[in-house]
Design a protein around this ligand. Structure first.
Ligand code: DX5
Ligand code: ZN
Length: 224
């Protein structure tokens, strides 16, 4: 499968409803929640999430860049979040956090910062619907893609194949027309894109273009 997930962090907040409607062709929306502690920036919270949920039927991936994320699971599900993605660096027990997300009535996912190795977390992959590899330091949009994290996508892809799992591998940070193919070739199937979508004059066309590039790269060199 292939998913393009525009990050509304890069949208025009004064015209958020319009921007969300512009990317109706996207597979899901990515909602970045920052608390000013886990990351050195603040974004938005449950009220804005509820407002977004009110103008679209799209699936909402909640990227929780916050300390003690489990305290907020019920709140973000009530606000319309469909999948709760917590950071492994922010929880004491990954399997307990995944269980809490499911108990809250959502899908579960975990995210790893660029410097966090994936090996210690492979045993938890079977417990979640998505694993998100950060390809920038979380906290800000518009940063440069870090290709060195793609080794983690390859390790995850091998583990998921060996174990016969259906877990989605997502990547977040610096995804654009110039970087999406290498991520797709490494086994990523869900691509978060903020500035590459909402920084474009035609966000829907940007989504289609990213999907086309990822699809060609997933199909292998012969299809390019
Ligand atoms: C960064 C966020 C990203 C951000 C990506 O902390 O998690 O989701 O919106 O923005 P771009 O696509 O501009 O790198
Ligand atoms: Zn994000």
């Amino acid at each position: 499968m292939l998913y393009i997930a525009p990050s509304i962090l890069a949208a025009d907040y004064a015209a958020l409803g319009q921007d969300v409607r512009k990317v109706a062709n996207a597979d899901l929306l990515h909602v970045d929640i920052m608390d000013g502690h886990f990351v050195p920036n603040l974004s938005f919270g449950p009220d804005l999430t509820r407002a977004v949920d009110g103008v679209t039927e799209q699936f909402l991936d909640m990227h929780l860049m916050i300390e003690q994320p489990e305290r907020w699971f019920d709140t973000y599900v009530a606000a319309g979040g469909d999948r709760l993605i917590f950071h492994v660096e922010a929880v004491r027990d990954v399997s307990a956090a995944a269980r809490s997300a499911h108990e809250a009535g959502a899908q579960a996912g975990f995210a790893v910062k660029p410097g966090t190795p994936i090996e210690p977390y492979l045993e938890h992959v079977e417990l979640v619907e998505e694993v998100m590899i950060m390809s920038v330091e979380p906290g800000f949009g518009g940063q440069k893609f870090m290709p060195e994290v793609l080794a983690k996508a390859e390790a995850l892809r091998a583990h998921i194949a060996d174990a016969g799992l259906g877990t989605i591998i997502a990547i977040d940070g610096g995804i654009a027309a110039s970087t999406i193919a290498q991520a797709a070739a490494a086994g990523v199937e869900s691509f978060v894109a903020g500035s590459a979508v909402f920084g474009s004059d035609d966000p829907a066309a940007a989504v289609d273009k990213l999907r086309e590039l990822a699809r060609a790269a997933q199909a292998g060199p012969a299809a390019r």
